[in-house]
Design a protein around this ligand. Sequence first.
Ligand SMILES: [Zn+2]
Length: 143
Amino acid sequence: MKFNTKDEANVYQAIGQNIKKYRKLKGLTQEQLAEEIDYSLSFISGIESAYHQTFSIAALWRISVVLGVSIDKLCVVNNNNNDIKFMLYQCDHCGLVTKMPINIVKHFKNIYELAGNNKLPTFDCTECDGKLIPVPQANSNNI
Ligand SMILES: [Zn+2]
């Protein structure tokens, strides 16, 4: 069997999604979970995003204790959930349409929220000096 780093990233992403699910069931914010396990908020935010944020078994254990969920439950990898979802962005200058992985959008949205900004993040256009802004979609409230 051949292994590659993309599959590894998917494993971290799946575990991150499990952590997010059980954290929400427990009614904890990312901030509260970070405080309980004595890690930074950006650490938790990174784990729950699509970024390849690695973490130790010890960190996973702390999370499992705080959430009251066994480590094996947090490690369930459901391959059906690993399809990367995208959000459409369009340049306000040249009109370029691009697909942005939704977890990247979420990651930056979390950072925006720390600064008190509740808007969706924008990105620099790769083709011109314009800005990529989100194309309104029916499901964009789910972020
Ligand atoms: Zn552009």
